[in-house]
Ligand binder design. Structure first.
Ligand code: FAD
Length: 454
């Protein structure tokens, strides 16, 4: 599958896995943490969207740094290429092998070492799933500084390695800003420079009051006016500002059978605005006052505000399951880009025009408006190389022409590596290559990812 779709990628001159290496891994991890059976290995070879498939033959599941270091030594001595894998929720094909790389899964490195409620920090192993981290933080009155729809599977090490953004970045800042220390390093390096084994994160106080507004709007210009008004009126409490178009919402209603509780049609835009604060009555009044103001000004058609946890979870599902919904049934070509807000939604129109000859292809857009981060999706009933060639590199060239960036929060992974030249100068790419070869002289760490083929 991979070689067919990516004919320009060739296997590097790495060693081959043999019985001797498997036996050496088993001596360190025990036989049940060295997976070699085809069915056991299969899920580790396929990405979340099921669009990239590797041919890895072995999965290693160390439990701590010492074991990780021993297995890496064997890989290095035998020049075996490795693919570090966390929750395998990455959306750019970075977390699965391309050829037969050894998958090193951090799933069993899942211990929270300590939570310090006074300094607001947590220390944990790389394989701690975000949802588990939240559970450990809550009794200390803290929460994770970031939140993603993939919270039930994605892991701290994966979040650090992709420099994940998510639903709270607007308020609490990036993964880079909130990572105080890591054992091994490299925030945002997607497993190409080192494997994160443990981390210390800075965690904000769990807010006493959380309020959510779900809004409908008639056009994108009103979405922007509402965001500007939210920043002015909600000020220090504003923590999320997300948008969806009606085409994205269509997938939620039709593929996942979720109900949208406000009237809408095929031109409607939707916004989710969440506030975090410390005074329930004040925050509730502030959010309803903002929605009323936005309606009086004619920006918002209709809205719901709530601070009931179950209702908020239900509403958030509409946004958080957007990627899952558009990937159901159809083949999905998905792009994660940053755009200046004035051009944010133009991307959808430009792409629609570009692929108009492909009659059964659909374009939709949703994303983290507050961070200028658009998730741009194209679906078609099945994979089409012609459609892919119509989209890429066109979309990256257009994004750069309006001053955007070809990767926002998902990273470059495998899928975007060959397009790095659109984001970085030849000098910058050369520097990245030199850094990589000084830290990974054998080139065994997550090859074929991030950097373009030579
Ligand atoms: P994986 O997918 O396993 O790996 C991702 C990359 O990190 C790979 O290159 C891998 O080799 C490397 N890696 C993993 N663990 C380590 C380690 N310990 N050391 C070194 N390298 C490692 N992303 C966002 O930024 N914001 C969102 O809002 C968001 N929402 C999402 C919603 C859904 C429903 C889904 C499925 C995905 C979403 N994502 C989002 C993408 C994804 O969840 C993030 O990229 C996440 O940070 C990946 O974590 P993971 O543990 O699954 O890593």
């Amino acid at each position: 599958l991979t070689t067919e779709r990516y004919p320009d990628v060739r296997r590097g001159s790495y060693g081959n896995l043999g019985d001797a290496q498997v036996a050496a891994f088993e001596r360190i991890l025990g036989a049940n943490r060295v997976l070699t059976c085809r069915e056991d290995v299969a899920p580790y070879n396929i990405d979340w969207f099921k669009t990239v498939c590797g041919q890895g033959k072995v999965v290693l599941r160390p439990k701590n740094t010492e074991e990780m270091s021993h297995v890496m030594k064997i890989c290095s001595e035998n020049r075996l290429a490795v693919c570090p894998q966390g929750g395998n929720t990455g959306l750019v094909g970075g977390s699965v092998p391309v050829f037969d790389e050894v998958v090193i899964s951090t799933s069993l490195m899942n211990q929270v070492n300590f939570v310090d409620g006074i300094s607001g920090t947590v220390s944990c192993q790389a394989g701690v799933v975000l949802e588990k981290l939240e559970k450990a933080l809550k009794p200390e009155g803290l929460m994770a500084p970031y939140d993603l729809g993939a919270r039930g599977s994605c892991q701290v090490g994966g979040n650090i390695s992709t420099c994940a953004g998510g639903l709270r970045l607007l308020r609490y800042g990036s993964m880079l800003a909130n990572t105080l220390g890591i054992e091994a390093l490299f925030v945002g390096s997607e497993g190409t420079l080192g494997i994160v084994t443990q981390a210390v994160l800075q965690c904000p106080i769990y807010p006493r009051s959380i309020n959510l507004a779900f809004l409908t709007l008639k056009n994108f210009s009103d979405v922007l006016s509402t965001f500007a008004l939210a920043k002015r009126n909600l000020c220090e409490t504003l923590s999320s500002c997300e948008m969806m178009d009606s085409a994205s919402m269509w997938y939620l209603e039709n593929k996942l059978d979720l109900k949208v509780p406000l009237e809408h049609d095929s031109n409607t835009f939707f916004m989710f605005i969440e506030t975090h604060g410390s005074r329930e009555d004040h925050d509730e009044e502030k959010l309803s006052g903002f929605v009323q103001d936005a309606m009086d000004k004619g920006f918002v058609l209709d809205g719901i505000t709530t601070n009931e946890p179950a209702r908020m979870t239900n509403l958030w599902q509409l946004r958080e399951r957007a990627a899952e919904a558009s990937s159901k049934e159809d083949y999905l070509y998905t792009y994660d880009v940053t755009l200046p807000l004035r051009n944010f939604y133009d991307a959808v129109g430009v792409l629609k025009q570009r692929i108009a000859p492909f009659r059964d292809a659909k374009v939709s857009g949703f994303g983290h408006l507050g961070d200028g981060n658009l998730h741009l999706d194209v679906t078609s009933p099945s994979y089409s190389g012609r459609l892919l060639n119509a989209i890429e590199p066109f979309i990256f060239e257009w994004v750069m022409s309006v001053g955007g960036s070809i990767s926002a929060e998902h990273g470059m992974g495998f899928k975007k590596a060959k397009f790095l030249k659109y984001a970085k100068s030849p000098e910058a790419i050369d520097l990245m290559r030199r850094l990589k070869s000084s830290m990974d002289p054998l080139g065994i760490l997550n090859p074929y990812k991030v950097l373009p083929p030579l």
